[in-house]
Ligand binder design. Structure first.
Ligand code: ADP
Ligand code: MG
Length: 373
């Protein structure tokens, strides 16, 4: 699940990752009130959408007076912001973050994400942070350093120093940077993130390190144990079809075009073989394949009886099921909750993320050593 920058910054502050002072505003009047509270200029007005690239798209503006804050907020709220991450259709801006403008000496890049290939968490960092990081990754990938952290060991001082040296952090900012990185890692693990990203992480003229931007993606499968983060969900930013599917506990991924697929693990899959000719597909075919949904009665392709016969026609797994249901994928029935945890492993008991005995720990470490030597 994606969250907004202002929400991610709330989390950052909670975990001791410094971020500029600021607050969200839904109207120009609210934006002015926030700016007045900040009490100094420049102030930055930032569009809040679930996509990056806002700076280049005109969604981040610097204001030097109270009037300018109101004017810029009025321009940004309600605009259709098109960035390389929104796609050509853009995204409507419904709120802005009004925060203090910082005196930037250098823009860095810092992120943490799981690396499946090595079964570690990888810290990625670059001295060439800022709005052109995609170009840096494509043209000069050697400018991005990677430090792998074994999840069983957690982040250690030497990991932080390795990243700090790779970023040429000045000595005066070293202590603050290593603390920031350790806290960011703690946030990543404790809130079950699939990504935390700061771009840019800025070095100020007075050797402070501050997260100027904040991206946090949470693993949706872990949300049941983060009720407070679930409050951050903004369905206005999500694909309406995906929102509707999530109401029925379905992992639905809209891949655009005519091909769509649904997987219980939420993983992605290439929908079609490029050379294979495409058949005409019914828009809600993927939903109706699910045995529970095929059993669902009225409202799904006619009467319950008809749905039942569709199920029979579809075979044991409903692979070849076809039907002439309504062309609206919305009318779907509930599926049984397969995600109930076995006794003793429900959400209330899952605070312990993984209990590893000392033996187990040593065995795992030995195994890993063998694998990598
Ligand atoms: N509080 C701030 N003070 C000064 N400059 C800022 C501030 N916030 C953003 N900027 C500038 O705007 C650029 C884009 O902002 P950012 O939050 O990274 O949005 P995006 O990644 O969506 O483009 C930053 O690289 C930075 O140069
Ligand atoms: Mg950014």
């Amino acid at each position: 699940m994606k969250i907004h920058e202002y929400q991610a910054k709330e989390l950052y502050r909670k975990y001791g990752v410094p971020a500029p002072e600021g607050s969200v505003a839904f109207t120009p009047d609210e934006a002015r009130a926030v700016a007045e509270k900040l009490g100094g200029y420049p102030v930055v007005v930032k569009a809040q959408i679930h996509a990056g690239g806002r700076g280049k798209g005109g969604g981040v503006k610097l204001a030097k007076s109270l009037e300018e804050v109101g004017t810029l907020a009025g321009e940004i709220i309600g605009m259709n912001l098109v960035t390389h991450q929104t796609g050509p259709q853009g995204q409507t801006v419904r709120k802005v973050l009004v925060e203090q403008g910082l005196n930037i000496a250098k823009e860095l890049y810092l992120s943490i994400l799981p690396d499946r290939a090595t079964a570690t968490n990888v810290i990625m960092a670059s001295e060439a942070g800022g709005m052109d990081i995609e170009a840096v990754a494509a043209d000069t990938p050697e400018k991005i350093i990677k430090v792998h952290v074994d999840p069983l060991l957690g982040i250690q001082g030497y990991h932080c120093r390795q990243v700090a040296f790779g970023l040429n952090i000045p000595v005066a900012a070293m202590k603050e940077f290593t603390k920031l990185l350790a806290n960011l890692y703690k946030l990543f693990v404790q809130t079950d993130c699939s990504l935390v990203e700061i771009n840019p992480l800025v070095l100020t003229a007075d050797d402070r390190v501050i997260a100027l931007d904040a991206k946090v993606d949470i693993d949706s499968n872990a949300l049941y144990r983060h009720k407070e983060i679930l409050e951050y969900r903004d369905t206005d930013e999500e694909d309406p079809l995906e929102v509707e599917a999530s109401e029925y506990n379905l992992n639905y991924i809209n891949l655009g075009g005519g091909g769509k697929c649904r997987r219980r693990d939420g993983g992605e899959r290439v929908p079609h073989h490029p050379q294979r000719p495409q058949r005409q597909r019914h828009p809600d075919q993927h939903f109706r394949r699910h045995p529970a949904l095929r059993r669902a009665g009225p409202g799904r392709g006619g009467s319950g009886q008809e749905s039942g016969s569709e199920s029979t026609r579809g075979g044991a797994h409903g692979r070849h099921q076809r039907g002439s249901g309504p062309a609206h994928p919305g009318r779907i029935g509930p599926e049984p909750d397969h995600r109930q945890e076995p006794e003793g492993r429900g959400p209330e008991n899952s605070g312990d993320r993984r209990i590893v005995s000392p033996f187990c720990f040593l065995a795992l470490m030995g195994e890993r050593e063998q694998k990598y030597n």
